[in-house]
Design a protein around this ligand. Structure first.
Ligand SMILES: [Zn+2]
Length: 391
């Protein structure tokens, strides 16, 4: 890393302490219990001189928002306090809720995702405020609830019901130290139900088997093609048949069968296009099996989004990375994060991990202490670029 004036403000001991204190709190979602982190993050926010507010859509599901400054231009860091379950305990070499320091790393559930990220965001704010106590802008530090299960009690609630708003955001919750995510595909979940007629399994000629035509449809869907006319910022579209259920007894002709499909769609491929392609495949099955009877339903959908690379926040972040000599790559992904909720609320963001997203949600999750230090400097430089240097 190239030299930065912010290095002298980064307190390694304090960062390790924050991560450790937070990891000890059992905030597995469900049930969440993010209130357990409230005092720890409040104390840190107050130390920065922030005004601290609490928001709970459900008891115990505490969102903590710190705010400092009065200027017009605003930026928020969005981290979350809930974590995913530890999973199979026997795969952990240490207790997931007892932070363990080894080889320059902190092990434990949430050390990276997203408690380490909070420590990083806090320490960036601290460093920036030490240099620019009277900066012209407003800075927010958010320790949100419920991110791992969709943010309905977290950032979505804060934005839609509590009036929280900032111009731009940094989301230390995805990507890698040298990879930032600036767009996400849309999600489209379809359910296809095949309907038959149930009779005794010894007289199948009297009924209509629902499974067989659905199996034929699955085979047809293998060749479904949505083409390649989409925004080149994305690496393509994907389709996954996630479930197949049908029938109840071996000695019955099944009356119904059901599949669910997960499409991830780049900008440029619409829901209508997918539904047309699926209908074409259904027509192909019906030509072979005229009795086939299908119903298609949309279960869930989100829109694809792409942040503007020329936006103030992306330019600021990129300048900071360049200044520090971090070779930053910008990419899009198929997963959906709070960046999408913020985007459609008019808030452009940068998604970046002070670590590696392959270490999130796995057993033996860890964060490298050097990454937390570097991330802190990177975010502090980003704040300077955004609040001080951008015109
Ligand atoms: Zn996360």
């Amino acid at each position: 890393m190239k030299k930065s004036k912010y290095e002298k403000y980064i307190d390694e001991t304090e960062i390790i302490q924050i991560v450790s204190d937070l990891v000890r709190q059992h905030t597995v979602n469900p049930p969440g219990n993010e209130y357990l982190c409230k005092e720890i993050v409040t104390e840190k926010m107050k130390r920065l001189g922030m005004e601290v507010s609490y928001y709970e859509k459900e008891p115990g599901r505490t969102n903590v928002v710190g705010k400092i400054g009065r200027g017009k231009r605003s930026l928020g860091f969005v981290s979350h306090m809930d974590v995913v379950p530890p999973g199979e305990r026997s795969l952990w070499e240490t207790d997931p809720f007892t932070p363990t320091l080894r080889d320059g790393k902190i092990f434990g559930r949430g050390t990276l995702d997203d408690k380490g990220s909070f420590a990083c965001a806090y320490s960036a704010c601290k460093a920036f405020l030490a240099e620019y106590p009277d900066f012209d802008g407003t800075l927010y530090l958010v320790a949100a609830a419920d991110e791992e299960l969709g943010s309905k009690l977290g950032i979505i609630y804060l934005i839609q019901e509590c009036g929280l708003h900032f111009d731009v955001a940094i989301i230390p919750d995805g990507g890698k130290m040298n990879v930032s995510i600036y767009g996400e595909k849309g999600v489209l979940w379809l359910e296809i139900i095949s309907m038959g007629v149930q009779v005794h399994g010894s007289m199948p000629q009297l009924g209509k088997n629902a499974i067989v035509p659905l199996a034929e449809l699955v085979a047809e869907l293998k060749t479904l093609d949505l083409g390649d006319k989409y925004d080149p910022a994305f690496d393509g579209w994907t389709m996954n048949i996630g479930t197949f259920h049908g029938g109840t007894n071996t000695n019955m002709v099944p009356a119904s069968a059901r599949i669910t499909i997960d499409f991830r769609l780049p900008l440029g491929i619409s829901k209508e296009q997918v539904l047309r392609a699926v209908e074409d495949k259904i027509a192909a099955v019906k030509r072979k099996s005229p009795d086939a009877n299908f119903q298609v339903k949309v279960l869930h959908e989100t829109q694809p989004h792409l942040s503007d690379k020329q936006s103030l926040i992306m330019k600021s972040f990129d300048q900071a990375a360049k200044k520090l000599g971090i070779p930053m790559e910008y990419t899009t992904m198929g997963g959906n994060t709070v960046a999408k909720d913020l985007f459609f609320a008019g808030i452009l963001s940068v998604v970046h991990y002070p670590g590696d997203d392959r270490l999130a949600h796995v057993p033996n999750e860890f964060v490298k202490i050097e990454d937390l230090l570097l991330g802190s400097v990177l975010y502090a430089e980003t704040l300077e670029a955004y609040f001080i240097h951008q015109k």
